[in-house]
Design a protein around this ligand. Structure first.
Ligand code: FEO
Length: 397
């Protein structure tokens, strides 16, 4: 059997990819993955999500076990990333009658997937329902979990939640598609999936998880890995745990990551740190050469303001600071306030290079950064203190 019945009138009709070892070019998939699709068979028939391009064989074979593909009336697209939308073109070629239903933000993405401006696409909003006759679906928007288009679909009659990439794991079970909560591999892979895919959007994941916990849920049927009918709310609750702040404080948090070969940029960092009002801020002055990536990510997530101290070496930002800056896309950092500073021998453009990168990541950047040539003079250290005070005001403002 290629398909699996998961509830009355609801079937898993996805595809398995056991040999995948890297997903989206950076996520290790030690155990492969699955591309889950679900068939809902009321008087009308809906398919929730498709599979990755190249896996149509398994997908269509699974559907054909339940009913002819021509019987499908609706395709519900929870999310447009190609691991779920890749097979849509072939699906529509085989059944051009299918009506596509997706969130309103998903409509332009779908246009770029199918490249057919003539095909009607129905954009729905949270709370909209689709009555299939004997069973129905309700749509719940979950923007930025992890794309702007993401929505969850819920079947109230069977209390099955289809949360797309939410609460998923890159696992490819060769026996049962059902989760065994507490299994160490599942627990780790679910966390790793969150850490890689959802963590950059942690506040959005938290909001969606809080909302969905209010529902009665008997089964969570995600778009990758096992289906959870064991303790269906387990990973939803885990998302609340994982999205909680790791570093707590009543004050604002200000992080200063600094790399310094000869102590000049470090002297600037010390002067800046001393000027930050301690009654308003917890200051984390961090040696970029020493901090672990995980600790740096926690500090970035907790920080209201982030300063990067980098000398200019060979016309560029130094590697330990690039390594920290390159962690920004992996956590929730959009909108945070940031600035750069550093010493130099000649040139001195590293702060400007970093400012451009930070702006591209949509951080709010305070400019210009402080600079000192070689050993900071007393006047340059005064400028660093002024820079620290001004940055504090920028963060508070
Ligand atoms: Fe599984 Fe965001 O795609």
């Amino acid at each position: 059997m290629a398909s699996i019945k998961i509830s009355d009138r609801i079937y898993w009709v996805g595809a398995k990819d056991p040999s995948l070892r890297v997903f989206d070019l950076y996520v290790k998939t030690t155990y492969g993955t699955t591309y889950n699709s679900y068939l809902i068979t009321g008087d009308k028939v809906a398919l929730i999500d498709a599979v990755k391009d190249g896996f149509e064989g398994q997908f269509f074979e699974a559907i054909a076990e339940i009913l002819p593909i021509e019987k499908i009336d609706y395709l519900v697209v929870n999310h447009n990333e190609p691991d779920h939308s890749g097979a849509i073109i072939e699906l529509l070629r085989r059944n051009p009658r299918i009506q596509i239903v997706c969130s309103k933000p998903a409509v332009p993405f779908l246009r770029n997937v199918i490249n057919d401006d003539a095909r009607p696409i129905e954009g729905v909003k949270g709370g909209d329902k689709l009555d299939l006759g004997g069973i129905s679906l309700e749509f719940m928007t979950a923007p930025f979990m992890h794309w702007p288009d993401t929505m969850f679909t819920y079947c109230p009659e069977r209390k099955v939640l289809f949360p797309c990439d939410g609460y998923a794991a890159h696992l490819c079970p060769d026996d049962s598609m059902y989760a065994k909560v507490g299994d160490p591999v599942l627990e780790h892979e679910a966390w790793y999936y969150y850490d890689c895919i959802m963590r950059p959007f942690a506040p959005f994941s938290r909001k969606a998880s809080e909302a969905v916990l209010q529902r009665e849920i008997a089964v969570v049927a995600p778009s990758h890995g096992p289906i959870n009918a064991d303790q269906p709310k387990h990973f939803i609750q885990k998302y609340l745990e994982w999205t909680a702040p790791k570093i707590k404080s009543d004050k604002k948090a200000l992080a200063i990551f600094v790399a310094s070969s000869y102590g000049n940029t470090k002297a600037m960092a010390d002067a800046i740190a001393a000027a930050i009002p301690s009654d308003r801020f917890d200051v984390h002055l961090v040696d970029a050469m020493e901090v672990t990536q995980e600790r740096a990510r926690d500090i970035i997530e907790a920080a209201d303001g982030i300063l990067f101290g980098t000398p200019t070496f060979a016309g560029d930002v130094v590697k330990p600071i690039w390594d920290i800056a390159h962690l920004l896309p992996s956590v929730s950092a959009t909108g945070k306030k940031a600035a750069a500073f550093g010493s130099y021998g000649w040139g001195g453009q590293a702060p400007e290079i970093l400012e451009g990168y930070l702006e591209q990541l949509k951080l709010k950047v305070f400019k210009p950064g402080a600079k000192a040539r070689l050993v900071p003079s007393l006047a340059e250290l005064d400028e660093c203190r002024a820079f620290g005070r001004a940055f504090s005001e920028f963060v508070l403002g």
